[in-house]
Write a protein that binds this ligand. Structure first.
Ligand SMILES: C[S@@+](CC[C@H](N)C(=O)[O-])C[C@H]1O[C@@H](n2cnc3c(N)ncnc32)[C@H](O)[C@@H]1O
Length: 296
């Protein structure tokens, strides 16, 4: 019982403010976790990197914006392909993630640049980009209508928008296994709500369509994308103790509670473990649209 109370206090004190404020979250615990886990996350989400890069038109002259670029993986992947200096730009609100993105670009001498800014409000040069893309970086807006309208202003005539976003939590049970398993021990982990900014905010296809239409985009095409993802089994505990709501709570939890939660949660992942590999299906949307001409 004492353990339960301890966990409850921990959550109330440390978790709720971060969930209310995306900038705090991505400059704090979530951003740190993504920086520390960059190589592992890039491995897990590699299939999406390939799909996104292959999905967009890209010539040396194409000017590209990667929204919510994080540690720069997709920005760098596309910059390697386009190989023209200064034409691939990533934007993100997270300083620590951008610091790693810049370091990676410098280390591998890849021509990508990065902007620290909120994609909803940042004053991009009007009509600057031919392609605007994102891998899991557009679901965290407080005001998604405003964000897509702002991105539309940054888009050249007939520019292409292409992003990948998660479908619902129900269709992605791997992603919520930790919080479901830990719920009896951590009753106050905030429930994920589909109507608020976060991983599953774009689950509703009709809502996404309406947001894009209102934001000035046309030729909207939203199709389901089910992708097999893997991670090494040896990294599973590190993955589940650093990411998501449970990962964040665990950073502040006392050692006995932490040990108990990890044991419980790890057991719940057993059905995804196949020898040395963890496998799960990621249920996502692949979204395409075109900048609507101003006259329409
Ligand atoms: C799930 S991570 C994805 C990172 C990267 N696209 C990738 O696939 O590795 C979401 C990213 O969106 C960024 N983000 C959230 N809200 C944002 C906003 N309003 N403007 C710009 N970036 C934002 C976060 O800082 C974070 O880097």
């Amino acid at each position: 019982m004492a353990r339960r109370t301890q966990a409850k206090e921990t959550i109330i004190t440390h978790t709720h403010p971060s969930f209310d404020d995306q900038a705090t979250l991505w400059n704090g615990p979530a951003g740190r976790a993504w920086v520390e886990m960059q190589e592992l996350l890039d491995h897990v989400f590699k299939p999406f990197e390939n799909l996104l890069v292959d999905a967009v038109s890209c010539s040396p002259a194409t000017r590209i914006l990667d929204v919510g670029c994080g540690t720069g993986t997709t920005t760098l992947a596309i910059a390697r392909r386009s190989s023209t200096k200064g034409r691939c730009v990533g934007v993100d609100i997270s300083e620590p993630m951008l610091a790693l993105a810049r370091e990676r670009a410098e280390r591998e001498d890849t021509p990508a640049t990065f902007i620290h800014g909120d994609a909803q409000t940042y004053s991009f040069e009007p009509m600057r980009f031919d392609v605007i893309l994102s891998r899991f970086g557009v679901m965290f807006f407080d005001d998604a209508r405003r964000a897509f309208a702002n991105l539309r202003r940054a888009a050249a005539g007939d520019a292409e928008l292409c992003f990948i976003a998660w479908r619902s939590a129900a269709e992605n049970p791997f992603m919520t296994t930790a919080e479901r398993a830990a719920a009896p021990l951590l009753p106050d982990v905030p429930a994920r709500r589909p109507d608020e900014p976060g991983q599953f905010a774009f689950a509703d296809q009709d809502r996404v369509h309406a947001l894009l239409e209102d934001g000035g985009w046309s030729a909207i095409n939203i199709r389901p994308l089910d992708v097999e993802c893997t991670l090494p089994e040896k990294d599973l505990v590190r993955y589940l103790t650093r990411l998501g709501p449970v990962g964040q709570v665990l950073q502040k939890t006392d050692e006995p509670t932490r040990t108990q939660i990890i044991e419980t949660v790890r057991a719940a992942f057993e059905r995804y473990v196949h020898g040395a590999e963890v496998r799960f299906t990621a249920a996502c949307w692949m979204v395409h649209a075109r900048a609507r001409p101003a006259s329409l």
